[in-house]
Each structure stands twice: as structure tokens, then as C-alpha cells.
Write a protein that binds this ligand. Sequence first.
Ligand code: 6GU
Length: 276
Amino acid sequence: MRIDVVTIFPEYLDPFRHALLGKAIENGILQVGVHNLRQWTHDVHQAVDSTPCGGGPGMVMKPDVWGPALDDVAAGTGPAAATADLVSATPHKGAVTAGGVEIKRPEAPQGDKPLLVVPTPAGAQFTQEMAARWSQERHVVFACGRYEGIDQRVVEDAENRYRVEEVSIGDYVLIGGEVAVLVMAEAMVRLISGVLGNRASHEEDSFQDGLLEGPSYTRPREWRGLEVPEVLFSGNHAKIEQWRREQSLLRTRQRRPELLDQVELSTSDRQVLGWD
Ligand code: 6GU
């Protein structure tokens, strides 16, 4: 997968080079380009924003800067081609691709539009389902707005070259989309096959089955007077699975009861919840 991010704060995206994402870059699974929007400005002040039409507080990001930036990033032309891709911050053991070796940009098949994600608190809620869907994409571009957002015509016009989604990571307001991009990219990249060491490890994630994951324990069996639940040492795998399901159901009811309306519950699930 290739990810491009357009932002006025490229340094905000440095965490991409670390840990899981850095390893995916090093292994050649992921290519990341981070582009400074100011490269597409035309004036000495490098202005990216202007006052809102109709008045009101704040500033709106200019369409005549964003338009050409998104054109270039979709096509891999202009300043978008001139920026070197990120390299992993630390070499990891067992890398398939040696650091510093150039990886060719995958060719865009005709008619295959890249996905443009526009982070905004006014977007549809980002979900695990979106992360899973996006993890199958070849090219994902994130357009980070600041201030009061981007002129809406940029999004409208981008539909000609991209499939566009305006997305929020939750019901709170951030200063800009950069941190939201890190959140969404991490959720998405860890689902690409080959990125997580243990292939099964995301099959039991919270949300993968619509329920929250229950508690986990490791040794020692007793710690500070607290015991690991007995059943986990029973060696009875069916019993352990039933117990985990119960914990999952009870925790979900306590913390996120609305999730229970969206999942199919068995007769035994309903008994656990005291519904039958
Ligand atoms: Cl995606 N962007 C901004 N600026 N604020 C947010 C958000 C995104 N999601 C929640 N709050």
C-alpha cells in the first residue's frame, strides 16, 4: 500500500517512521509520502488560508492551493514526486528490504481511483469496518485541514480523481487532522497481511466481533494478593472460551451497552446477560 499525507505540519507525521508503521515501511509493505501543502502556494507569504465567505471566526483553507496539491499527489507529479518517501527510524531485525533501497511506486491501473480521506470533526465516524476496508486499498491519500476546514469545493472537485470519504475519529474537536491521520493509518496498516507478526491476533480484537474484548492475564498466578481467574488454568478450552465470551458480554453491557443492539446473540449469550 502507498499512503500520501498532505499537511502544513509534516513533522507531525514523524511517528509514521516508528514501531509497527516503520517496520511495515522497512519491509516494503508500506510506502509513505508526507507533503508540505505550502509547496503548492503561489505567493511570497505562502498563504494556505483565507477569511470565510459570509463572515464568521477562523480561516478556511484555499481551494487554489489544495486543488493542484491533490492533483499532483494522485498522479505522483510535481512537488509530490520531488519529496522523498519516509524511511523507518530504526532498522528492525528480519527486514525483507534493506533500508535505503529504493522501492518503485506502484503503477496506477487505469480507472482505479485512489481513496482520498479528509479528516474532519464533521465527517462520518471512523470504524474498525472502515479500517478493514481501507487496508485493501492500493493508494490512500489523507488531506489534513487546519483551522475551520477546507473549502468544500476541493472535496467536490476531488471526486473526479478520487473516491472521497470525510471522516471523524470521534465526538471531540482536534486542532487539525494530523493526529486523526495517525490514528486511522495505524488502525488500517495493522490489518494489512504481513504487518502483524501473529496473523490470528487481530481476529479477537475488540470490535472484530462487535463486542469489547474481556480482561487478559499472564503469570504470576498470584500477584499482590490478586489471583488469575481459576478457569484459565483448567486446561478445558471449551470452558475457557465460554468464560471469555461471558466476560466480553458483561464488559460490553457495562461500558458500551449500545453495541449489544448491533450483534447477534446466541441463547447462551442471552442467558449470560439474564435476558432469557
Ligand atoms: Cl478527523 N479532525 C479534527 N480536526 N477534529 C476531529 C477529528 C478529525 N475527529 C474528531 N475530531
